[in-house]
Design a protein around this ligand. Sequence first.
Ligand SMILES: Nc1ncnc2c1ncn2[C@@H]1O[C@H](COP(=O)(O)OP(=O)(O)OP(=O)(O)O)[C@@H](O)[C@H]1O
Length: 230
Amino acid sequence: MSPLSMFMCQFWVLLFMAMKKFLKAHLLLYIIGDLSDNSLTAPVPKFLANLQLLTVLNLSRNMFNGSIPAELMERANQVSSSDQKTDVVDSRKTNQLQGSSKNRQFTHAQLKRMTNNFGRVVGKGGFGTLYHGYDETQVAVKMLSPSPVQGYKQFQAEVELLFRVHHRNLATIVGYCDDGSNMGLIYEFMAKGNLAEYLKDSSRGVLNWKGRLGIALEAAHKVSKHTADK
Ligand SMILES: Nc1ncnc2c1ncn2[C@@H]1O[C@H](COP(=O)(O)OP(=O)(O)OP(=O)(O)O)[C@@H](O)[C@H]1O
């Protein structure tokens, strides 16, 4: 083999290895699993959680039954490095989930027990008051007020959205109550309170620019995902 062809041979091997490294590092990290519109049935497979490079998983408009496997939810809620987490989009409506997840629906009496008779208020929003409670872990129970500033339709939209979209920047919904005139939503409890209070609290010190940018980016990411999903 002439020195020139040996050089060319080595060149192609090196180029191939460099390309492989580049693809792995820059492209494959962003694999998007779009399983939407496939009429897929049966439970959502657990092995999807093992696909390390999966960043977005769209399960919308299929006929999956059961809830999203815990392993996948863990990936969706992962807070460390962004390449380890997967955003899971599932378009099933609340009533379609009820069959397999009956424990998501609570009666008013159960909420009363959970919140120790609605004893501790943690906040007030456009839909009504939020109460602290326990359902194995801490929860926040949002009760729809009799005449909410935001209407019943928006309340329903919030329920449907939260059951459909799972994201580490959204409080996970634990369940809901639709018991006569009593309507409520149960969320995981956010122990550190809301961002406005966090920013106002002088004892925490000034949030640096990196932190501010991080919060803005995370919020923008969530909003852009919602908009793209609609
Ligand atoms: N999951 C939660 N854990 C702990 N506190 C919460 C939780 N969700 C809401 N809160 C508290 O209750 C307050 C009201 O929340 P809520 O979601 O009703 O209203 P909002 O998002 O602030 O406004 P709106 O309902 O008008 O959109 C929040 O500002 C926060 O202090």
